[in-house]
Design a protein. Structure first.
Length: 216
């Protein structure tokens, strides 16, 4: 968890390499649906473009179908879900139903100005979705992805006005989840304002203290 620009995608990709687990980022899945011009994509686009959340029902269904398959049997990494208390409750219920539980919730904390500066310089690979930053993590060749030389683009919702709205939505609708997970003793707060490798090291150190596979 973390505000827009907190570094969720950056850190989740590193953790995915560490643990080799399926990785589900609701924002990426929704953007893929928009790209493929699906019905779900057309419903989601309007909300995303104005910095609002897509309806709980849609994203809960989207996640449910990914967690109940055999590929997720050894665990998974979620990025950007849950984002409301309703989603957190639905996830809990879904996991109880399959004899699982949330092991760790990493909350990346950065202030709004840092988030705005990160998002205004973000560039995303049109093909792999890999993320760069023109100042903090520049690609080797301007406008091209280091991994596959595809074009780098600016996300539609990274316009300043939309970023401000996304930050507001986060503090209103997502921050209340912190206490939900605090009560369950799984919330790990991390200072997300350091360098990406330092943030990653901090997360790894905290995760090392967690008991894995809390099968209920
Ligand atoms: P989503 O795609 O999840 O966007 P977000 O939460 O706004 O987060 P971002 O992807 O913008 O930021 P990030 O934290 O991943 O940062 P990143 O690592 O890229 O969601 C988009 C939309 O989809 C939502 O607004 C909503 O409409 C909808 N949606 C998604 N999930 C939903 C749900 N569950 N329910 C309802 N609606 C949902 O890093 C940002 C930049 O900073 C990069 O350029 C990076 O290189 C740089 N950077 C990263 N870490 C550091 C660091 N430590 N120091 C310096 N720079 C850094």
């Amino acid at each position: 968890m973390g505000s827009p620009g907190a570094g969720k995608g950056t850190q989740a990709q590193l953790l995915q390499q560490d643990f080799d687990l399926p990785y589900f980022a609701t924002g990426d899945i929704l953007r893929e649906e928009i790209k493929n011009e699906t019905e779900l994509g057309s419903k989601a686009k309007e909300y995303m473009d104005r910095g609002d959340l897509v309806s709980d029902e849609l994203v809960i269904d989207m996640i449910r179908e990914r967690l109940v398959v055999p590929e997720s049997a050894d665990g998974f990494i979620l990025d950007g879900f849950p984002r409301t208390v309703v989603q957190a409750e639905a996830l809990e219920e879904l996991l109880i139903g399959i004899g699982r539980a949330v092991t760790a919730v990493v909350a990346l904390e950065v202030d709004d100005e840092e988030a705005v500066s990160r998002l205004s310089g973000r560039r995303v690979c049109v093909k792999s979705g890999h993320t760069f930053h023109i100042e903090f993590d520049p690609p080797k060749h301007e406008g091209r992805c280091d991994l596959d030389d595809s074009r780098l683009i600016i996300r539609d919702d990274d316009q300043l006005g939309t970023v401000r709205k996304r930050l507001e939505t986060y503090s209103k609708k997502t921050e209340p989840i912190f206490s939900f997970y605090e009560e369950r003793g799984v919330l790990l707060r991390v200072d997300g304002s350091q360098q990406p490798d330092q943030v990653h090291a901090h997360i790894r150190a905290l995760i090392a203290t967690v008991r894995f596979e809390e099968t209920v």
